[in-house]
Design a protein around this ligand. Sequence first.
Ligand code: HEM
Length: 419
Amino acid sequence: MEIDIDFSHASSWNQEMPERTRWLREHAPVYWSEKTQAFILSRYDDVVFASKNHDLFCSGEGVLPGRMNAKIGMIDEDEPHHGEMRSLINRGFTPRMVRRWEEVFKRLTDETLDKIAAKGECDFVEDVAVPIPLILIAEMIGIRKEDRLRFHQWSDAMIGAQGNLDNPVITAAAGKAALEYYTYLVDIIADRRQNPKEDLISILVRAKEDGVLVQHEAGRYRDDMGADAGVETTDEQRAMSNDELIKMCVLLLVAGNETTRNGLSGAMQLLIENPDVQKRLAGNPALIPGAIEEMLRLTSPVLSFARTATRDTALHGVPIAKGQKVLMVYGSANRDERAFENPDVLDIDRNPHHLAFGIGNHFCMGANLARMELRVALTEILRRLPDMRYATGGPEFGSSALVRSVKHMHVRFTPERAA
Ligand code: HEM
């Protein structure tokens, strides 16, 4: 087994990865990968350390593996700007908002299951895991119903480029999709200024007009101009904050969609492969939230994110120079024998402190939303289709360097009889 592979390339995330990361945890927890041009962090404690010490390991030089210098919004901003943006966008993710979206999500889940329940079989990914998080995030952003298909295509094209930057066809499609999505959002933002609704864009437009973004940007502008220029907010700066708003919507689309889709497919895969657990949860839905945490630990839908050293330092005696990258492999940290007993076993009573949502100041902002989506979807699936099993040999995996991508999973179940 080769150890130095390019961790930022989609093709590297194959069946050998668990064995490779086990070896790294044991023998080289801070491993310089020449092909990735980054130190690979594979142990739980080290991923926690790099995530929590954001003064030493920053996000501002890019967090995506492979395109490590590309900036995609709040996720690769440092303090204090990051905290300001986060508190702004948090308005859309408060417990009250998540409860409101829960009703919408329950309806979307019911409608989606209605389409397949009588058939007795489906492709779980295409028919269940893809549409429900996608439609929810579309509704949250405020995408019109008739534009959902386009939204789906943009999302797939943009995500597809990650880990495939050497493929000109894929990257060109991603660029085209980003441009179309951007243009579309400009129209929606203009519309919500005139006709505010309950969606995220309306909340963010309002927040902007309350002055949060503008104040921040005026501050930045002043910094750029040098000290105490006392600059008034100008139209030009207002236009800049429009850009930030759009960036946030792109980030939400990318961050909230494929992650939850693969979280749900991965959870269903684990249930099918552990029928005793499937039965136990169907009989006792109160256990589902705890089981979800354990399933997130084992599947780790996001593969890795990067940080950059802000000064010379060392980890486990390995010197790391200012400017060098570290890549935090969440799936490996979540199976670290030092943090979890029998790490490869699904134990729904474990109540694990996993790192699937990261940790520290960039902890996933959508974690509560994702947990709600997984809980509602699995509760409904186990209630209506409790004996789901593979129709063919099991899941087919896609190629991605960002998420654990399940492409297809053909399943069978006892058809639901019409009420
Ligand atoms: C199972 C589903 C999900 C997983 C596994 C996941 C995973 C992650 C991880 C690991 C991070 C940390 C990034 C870092 O430390 O650099 C993150 C950040 C983030 N996630 Fe999620 N995520 C999920 C769902 C969502 C959803 C549904 C949304 C929103 C709709 C979302 C929005 C975000 C945002 C905005 C950030 C950046 C937070 C910041 O920089 O402060 N995520 N996510």
